[in-house]
Write a protein that binds this ligand. Structure first.
Ligand code: ADP
Ligand code: MG
Length: 762
């Protein structure tokens, strides 16, 4: 059955050639029980390894059933081992974490046997080697003799014609050893059994042939006990099948769990990968949103996709004021959700800051009339009842609300002032407000609402204050004193700054005593002052009389100096009555904003407005966002991919260390006939189980932790900002990393096997 002709085996290590054995001529047949003896280093193991196909040979020819093997590839030897060889080792090579049953079944599972057949055969074998009561005991719990019995049963499970045992009793006491030899002798009746032993006397009564080796050569080859009868070589008809897919899945899952420490470490690595990726995406997402790069406009503050600006133009494209009839007509049009007649207002955001610098709070949003929200019930606090009380309306994950770390209740205590402009000492002269209620709404439930701004609802008094601020901030003011020669510079920062004081009578103004020097008479009181305001679509002017001049002492009656101001800084201030200023803006409506109730119908509605004779500007068409959004999106992707690669590399090295302990398992699987692709698949499934579990654990942890610690920035980013698709992407990356690592590790693992290394060096 096996014939060696002048076979030699050399080892090449670091340029030194060692002889395993040389010019061996031997012939083995089924029914033989061969004992190989000889001192250590004489080449016994090398010979067995060559016969087993675990090692290649360099010279001569080995015939298997008459077939030459010198041209065999690694794959051919894999097939050969599967079909012919059952190995038994001195150190058993059992899978310690598997039970007796699982160890024996493994070899049959690898060769694709059906489960039903496996069960029957394994139970038979367990009975045969006398381990019936240890069937479900883990291999690690067995004695040496019991382990070797399992190894024999395993070698028999494959039903190969050749059993090769290298010092199978080397680690056993003499009593166990005798039992093992008897067992092997009984097997040898229908197989070829070759064993290497140091203790020939022990096997002498059973063996049919003795081979003594010395220095890589056969010294003696003698028939000991005649074989009972000559057994014919059995033709191998049974074709080897590939390991079944579900078997691989079952083994892979079992492997994932059966060494708890390995399982925990691997799962931890994948949790780390999942958390790092999700965190990174979460930070980018919230950053993107916070910067408002999506939908950013330099011109319009409210960039709602539902917004259309409407103007009334005549045939010559001249702006005309809207009449009440126009307003009624437009508000009744289809899809018009809300019509804002004070258009400038929509783009004049309110910045409310806490008066107390130490207890910082900041709210940014659009002022709206409380009248429009009369019927709602706040989610926190109550509805405003006084002029200085405000209701906030915001989406659930609003940034400014999230900044109030201790939640809205803390906000309720704050005294806030409008920091977009203030006309004096904020602590004394400006109006201050208090938030008394918060309503959480979905962006789609309110046409004006978007995720990055809050609607700030107040009484008419609040809106009038806002109107003043809006007009003041968004209009240029020109001041002309006396005759044209004294006209102030008409650039954006006029020489004169208009300030308000109720101490100034309507129709009059107060200026610094220095203004006297502008006049020949050195006296400006009684002179004329023209105040002209101008903004994008409107201008008006008004004449006032200078009622008096202020010096430092008098200035204090109008306004307190701020810490950073000196009196000289305020030299250009001209104090007027606020009602005079407001009267400049009492004018017809030239521009309005329509908020369309359904984002999908914006184009349609704009067209209807144009058909009705109005000029329209669809805000979302003016956004300069595209570029910024694309860059941000690209950046997220680049950073995510880079991070994934870095994580892949780091985790590869960590996982490699963890998997080192599994090398024994995989070489055992290979010895048992599992080819490299089976080992790779088992490893892939093993890591996939960890990766999936890690992903599930991480996701559950994010959401559960967020319930208890909603203020943790990172958790908030992940839960509120990472989209469904991004979670899917993270999942795919984690899975991909696990697959790449297992395939890479598997290929490294098998490169390292002695056989291949030796082949490469030849
Ligand atoms: P035995 O099993 O009879 O003790 P071996 O077959 O293990 O002997 O060794 C035979 C010879 O081959 C020895 O000289 C040994 O040093 C050498 N040898 C065995 N394995 C290797 C190896 N992997 N690399 C280099 N030399 C080896
Ligand atoms: Mg040896």
């Amino acid at each position: 059955m096996i014939r060696l002709e002048n076979v030699s085996k050399f080892y090449y290590t670091k340029g030194v050639i060692a002889v395993g054995f040389s010019k061996i001529n031997l012939n083995f047949d089924v029914g033989e029980f061969v004992a190989i003896t000889g001192e250590s280093g004489s080449g016994k193991s090398t010979l067995l390894n060559v016969i087993s196909g675990l090692d290649t040979y360099e010279e001569g020819e080995m015939y298997v059933n008459g077939e030459e093997t010198s041209h065999y590839t690694e794959k051919d030897f894999e097939d050969y081992r599967r079909k012919y060889i059952g190995n038994i080792f001195q150190n058993f090579n059992l899978v310690n974490s598997y039970t007796v049953y699982q160890n024996i079944a493994l070899v049959m599972q690898l060769s694709g046997t059906k489960n039903k057949d496996i069960k029957k055969r394994v139970n038979e074998l367990i009975d045969k080697v006398g381990l019936t009561e240890y069937k479900n005991t883990k291999a690690s719990k067995l004695s040496g003799g019991q382990k070797q019995r399992v190894a024999i049963a395993r070698a028999l499970a494959k039903d190969t014609p050749i059993i090769i045992a290298d010092e199978p009793t080397g680690n056993l006491d003499s009593e166990s050893a005798a039992g093992i030899i008897e067992l092997l002798a009984s097997i040898a009746k229908e197989k070829l059994v070759i064993i290497v032993t140091h203790n020939y006397d022990q096997v002498a009564p059973y063996v049919t042939r003795k081979i003594k080796m010395h220095d890589g050569k056969v010294l003696e080859d003698s028939v000991v006990n005649a074989r009972e009868e000559k057994v014919e070589d059995t033709a191998l008809t049974e074709e080897y099948e590939n390991t079944r897919f579900f078997t691989k899945v079952r083994l892979g899952i079992r492997n994932a769990f059966n060494i708890p420490i390995k399982f925990l470490l691997l799962t931890f690595v994948f949790i780390f990968i999942t958390v790092a990726l999700t965190m990174e995406i979460g930070i980018f997402q919230s950053e993107k949103w916070e910067n408002g790069i999506l939908g950013y406009s330099w011109v319009f503050d409210n960039t709602s996709a539902n917004r259309i600006i409407v103007k009334n133009v005549d045939k010559n494209k001249e702006a005309q004021p809207f009449t009440q009839a126009d307003i009624d007509k437009i508000s009744k049009m289809d899809n018009v959700g809300r019509l804002i007649t004070q258009d400038l207002f929509v783009d004049s955001p309110v910045s409310l800051e806490s008066v107390d610098d130490n207890d910082y709070a900041y709210i940014y949003g659009n002022a709206v009339s409380l009248d429009e929200y009369k019927d709602i019930t706040p989610d926190y606090g109550r509805m405003p009842e006084k002029d200085d009380e405000l209701l906030l309306i915001a989406t659930k994950n609003n940034y400014y609300l999230s900044l109030t770390k201790k939640g809205v209740n803390e906000l309720f205590g704050q005294e806030l002032y409008d920091s977009s402009v203030h006309f004096g000492d904020k602590k004394k002269t400006d109006n201050t407000y208090k938030v008394v209620g918060v309503k959480i709404m979905d962006a789609k439930d309110d046409v004006m609402l978007n995720s990055h701004s809050i609607l700030i609802a107040g009484t008419n008094k609040f809106l009038n204050d806002r109107l003043l601020t809006t007009n003041y901030v968004y209009s240029k003011t020109y001041v002309t004193i006396g005759n044209a020669k004294d006209k102030a510079s008409d650039n954006y920062y006029p020489m004169y700054t208009v300030r308000f004081s109720n101490k100034v009578e309507p129709g009059t103004a107060w200026v610094s005593t220095n203004y006297n020097y502008n006049f020949k008479s050195m006296y400006c009181v009684g002179e004329n002052v023209n105040i002209r305001v101008e903004n994008t679509y409107y201008e008006d002017s008004l004449d006032l009389k200078i009622a008096g001049t202020y010096n430092k002492a008098k200035f204090k009656e109008f306004m307190d100096l701020e810490e950073w101001q000196t009196y000289e800084d305020c030299d250009g201030f001209i104090f007027i009555n606020v009602n005079d200023y407001n009267s400049l803006f009492e004018h017809d409506t030239y521009q309005m904003s329509v908020f369309v109730s359904d984002e999908q119908r914006v184009e349609e509605t704009a067209e209807a407005l144009r058909d009705a004779g109005y000029d329209t500007l669809v805000i979302k068409d003016t956004l300069q966002s595209e570029e910024g959004a694309v860059i941000m999106e690209l950046l997220t992707q680049i950073v995510t991919v880079t991070l994934a690669i870095v994580l892949l590399i780091i985790s590869y090295f960590v996982i490699r260390i963890i998997l080192k302990s599994r090398n024994v398992y995989y070489s055992t699987v290979r010895m048992l006939g599992g080819n490299t692709s089976v080992c790779r698949d088992l490893l892939v499934i093993d890591l996939l189980v960890d990766a999936n579990l890690a992903y599930i654990i991480s996701m559950a942890a994010f959401h559960i932790l967020y319930k208890f610690f909603p203020d943790v920035y990172v958790l908030n980013n992940i839960v509120e900002f990472v989209t469904g698709w991004q979670f899917v992407a993270v999942y795919l990356i984690v899975v991909l990393i696990s697959v790449i690592i297992s395939i890479r590790y598997a290929s490294k693992l098998f490169k390292k096997s002695t056989m291949v290394t030796i082949k490469e060096e030849v």
